[in-house]
Design a protein. Structure first.
Length: 368
């Protein structure tokens, strides 16, 4: 940072041939006076000058002082001020006098810069600490979430390979379905990690816009949900709501479906036994469709933090919910990619709703 932005042209001046007795009071009040001789800069008069050279005329009291260039640093200017024991020094730009630099202004500016650097250092230190915490959380969760399905897949494959021919017809369908469910869980973890790496690296993510049938998509989501072990364990129910069964719209079907899948998965985590998960279309506008996923059960406590990466809400006083803690963060990013936004609403103590919108293109007859 240079002194250029601190140069001031507003200061008290005195004629070179004025008497010192005439300017003593003003000199003591301001700490310095800029001296001009027939409109040309002649020097800076300080109380120190008058004491060391007690002449009657201002011009005779002046002593040679340092100069500052407009491109000098603040540190350089302050050093020169300290060397000359002056409150102000003249500033020149390519040999042309432009004004003065005052000690107090430099000190304040340096203090502000130091404070700013301290704040920036503190901010970077906090970000570094957060990054370390996120890395540790990520590695810990990743180890668990990848190892768990793999530990289920390998024994299932081994069991299938050891089945006798007469047992294969009885047990194979059930084991294959369980194997498929476990593999899908593993693939979802891998897809989340890939999506996360692409988003965080700032890479361009292409949208594959196609016409989609919401009724068919909703049926697939229900079918996939009821096959999850958590759904049967809690004796949950799931239902979809579609305002218009003939609704056809254009957006990225894969990404829209992934958002729904993440939100439904999150809803099941906070459902109590025999709760209901509901999802569907909330309203249709000219350029946006608003969707929702809601559940009855435990409420979400940290609503302001749930979209943070690796943030996992406690679904009981002593246990964290399973998962990497990236589902809601990825959902928010995907919704933003689709031109919408997402928010969480606490309908009441026993019901939570996620509402998100998607910018899309409707069929012409649906725009009206």
């Amino acid at each position: 940072m240079t002194v250029k932005h601190l140069v001031t042209t507003s200061y008290s001046t005195v004629d070179a041939f004025s008497g010192t007795s005439q300017v003593e009071k003003e000199l003591l009040e301001h700490g310095y006076l800029v001296v001009f001789d027939e409109g040309k800069y002649a020097g800076i008069l300080t109380p120190h000058d008058v004491l060391c050279r007690p002449h009657k005329l201002v011009i005779d009291c002046l002593t040679q002082k340092e100069q500052v260039h407009s491109d000098d640093s603040l540190d350089t200017a302050l050093n020169r001020l300290n060397q000359t024991n002056a409150k102000a020094l003249p500033v020149f730009d390519d040999g042309r006098y432009t004004g003065v630099i005052v000690r107090d202004d430099i000190v304040v500016s340096l203090q502000n810069r130091t404070k700013s650097l301290q704040n920036r250092t503190k901010e970077l230190r906090e970000k570094l600490q957060l990054a370390r915490q996120l890395k540790n959380s990520f590695l810990t969760n990743l180890s668990h979430e990848v190892r768990t399905p793999l530990n289920g897949i390998l024994p299932l494959i081994e069991t299938l390979s050891e089945l006798q021919e007469e047992d294969a017809q009885s047990y194979s369908p059930e084991l294959i379905e369980l194997l498929e469910t476990t593999m899908n869980r593993f693939l979802r973890v891998m897809e989340d990690l890939i999506e996360l790496s692409l988003i965080e690296s700032g890479q361009h993510i292409e949208l594959l816009t196609t016409e989609i049938d919401l009724e068919t998509m909703f049926e697939e989501l229900v079918s996939e949900t009821v096959r999850q072990p958590q759904f049967a364990e809690k004796k949950l129910a799931i239902q979809s709501q579609l305002l218009d069964a003939t609704l056809r719209l254009e957006t990225d079907e894969i990404k829209l479906k992934r958002v729904f899948a993440h939100l439904i998965q999150n809803a099941m985590k906070f459902c109590t036994d025999e709760s209901v998960v509901t999802f569907g279309v909330k309203r249709i506008e000219s350029k946006k469709v608003s969707f929702f996923v809601s559940n009855t059960g435990d409420s979400i406590v940290n609503r302001n933090r749930i979209f943070r990466m690796f943030e996992r809400e406690k679904n009981s006083p002593t246990h964290f919910s399973e998962g990497l803690g990236v589902g809601l963060a990825i959902s928010q990013k995907l919704v933003e990619l689709l031109g919408g936004n997402i928010k969480v609403l606490q309908e009441n103590l026993n019901q939570t709703m996620f509402e998100f919108s998607v910018l899309l293109k409707l069929d012409d007859h649906q725009k009206e």
